[in-house]
Design a protein around this ligand. Structure first.
Ligand code: FDA
Length: 398
């Protein structure tokens, strides 16, 4: 067996590489192992290839998990401004797109190259592709069986991410290892994912595929339903776009979604107003407020004759049309699943981790960082910020 490592990190994704670079630069002897042939593939495909690497406004309120305060400490100690400073040191150009979301100007490769350079500066060793076969606790740390032989290390960091996009290397390794060491794993479920509807429900809407518009979307009941103002996209199988990806993390099977297709506008009142001035057909007036195909579908659904001249419409009918548009209620039958989910909600229960160091409270020397942990960010750069922050907390505590 070779000389023991201070730390073996399993997973060369966002969290694993970032943790390795910091730990290496702090003087630790670090080995990173990943079974995938290509490094950091999820960063490469993120943000449409431009990597939405953080959100300027990231705060604990943008994360969900069974133990919502857990992420506070790490997020406060490694902030979006810290990651922005790092990018600036590497002269990586970036821009803000929408609601604090920061993207690379050129390509996600810039972020990957930067993480690899940070690893190089920390003399990190990376084995890839390399399989981890078993991890055992020993009196001095761990033994890690790999297909390049058995390694020993004082610490093991699990950075194997979640279950989404299995074709680029996602596995349940982290969850299995957590359970092996007695950890509770909160049932992983696809999040930031398009939602689907049963075929008969969706038949009337499938022809709207491709239409995008800004909506208010809401789910949940009680005093605090979850609500987002974002773009909605109609697809052949259901709904997608930022509005639906955001709400999907909060949606519970069986619950309805409530969608306002004309947020901030009282369509009923606008149509009644138009009635006083316009001789056009109702269909034309509705199409002035909504995308044409959606307007047509809506009128057909409401069983209203689109060719009715405005002066002949009934106020009650116009009010009902407006109300139906502002409170469209429908219940998804599921989601597009791991194939399309951007992240995994659930994961290693944070009540059994130290929030300063991400270290297991059950097995000293074992750490969990990034998406494998039950901390899930909203859409918009929050998940990478968690990867950076949890990795930094772990690396600095080792
Ligand atoms: P990550 O998935 O990055 O890395 C895990 C690594 O572990 C992988 O390299 C994998 O091969 C390796 N691994 C898994 N099992 C293993 C095993 N058994 N042995 C060895 N290695 C193993 N977030 C965001 O903030 N902004 C964005 O723009 C996007 N965009 C985006 C687009 C798409 C299509 C997806 C799927 C996801 C996003 N995300 C995102 C989410 C973001 O990519 C994700 O939250 C982070 O990559 C999580 O970082 P981790 O390091 O935890 O896992």
């Amino acid at each position: 067996m070779s000389e023991p490592w201070d730390c073996v990190i399993v997973g060369a994704g966002a969290a694993g590489l970032f943790c390795a670079g910091i730990a290496g630069q702090l003087g630790l002897r670090v080995l990173v192992i990943d079974h995938a042939p290509k490094v950091a593939e999820k960063i490469r495909i993120s943000g449409g290839g431009r990597c939405n690497f953080t959100n300027r406004d990231a705060a604990p309120a943008n994360y969900l998990g069974e133990n919502p305060h857990f992420c506070r400490s790490a997020l406060a100690r490694y902030t979006p401004a810290d990651f922005i400073d790092l990018l600036k040191r590497y002269a990586i150009p970036f821009h803000e797109k929408h609601k604090g979301q920061l993207f690379c100007d050129r390509s996600a490769e810039d972020v990957i190259e930067m993480l690899l350079a940070e690893c190089e500066a920390g003399r990190v060793t990376r084995w890839q592709p390399c399989k981890v076969l078993d991890v055992r606790a020993t009196p001095t740390g761990f033994e890690i069986d790999t297909d390049r032989g058995t390694q020993s290390a004082a610490r093991v960091v699990v950075a194997t991410g979640g279950l989404s996009i299995p074709k680029i290397g996602a596995t349940d390794f982290g969850f299995r290892l957590a359970k092996q060491f007695g950890h509770r794993v909160i049932e992983p479920r696809p999040a930031l994912v398009p939602l689907t509807f049963d075929a008969p429900t969706w038949a009337a809407f499938a022809p709207l595929s491709g239409i995008a518009l800004e909506v208010h979307i809401e789910t949940g009941s009680g005093k605090k339903p979850m609500r987002f103002l974002e773009d909605l996209l109609f697809t052949h199988r259901g709904l997608s776009g930022p509005a639906v990806l955001q709400i999907s993390s909060f949606w519970q099977p069986g619950q309805p979604l409530r969608i306002d297709l004309a947020p901030g506008r009282d369509v009923g009142a606008l149509l009644r107003e138009a009635k006083g001035k316009s001789k056009r057909q109702l269909g034309n007036e509705v199409a002035a407020l909504l995308p044409q195909r959606l307007a047509d579908a809506w009128l057909a659904r409401a069983d209203v004759d689109a060719s009715t001249p405005m002066p002949q419409t009934r106020d009650k009918e116009l009010a009902a049309l407006g109300a139906a548009l502002s409170r469209w209620e429908l219940t998804p039958d599921g989601s597009e699943g791991w194939r399309k989910a951007e992240v995994t909600a659930g994961g290693v229960d944070t009540r059994e981790l130290n929030q300063q160091s991400m270290e297991s409270k059950r097995q000293p020397g074992l750490h969990f960082i990034g998406e494998v942990v039950d901390v899930t960010g909203w859409l918009g750069g929050y998940n990478f910020q968690w990867a950076w922050a949890s990795a930094a907390a772990c690396a600095r505590a080792m």
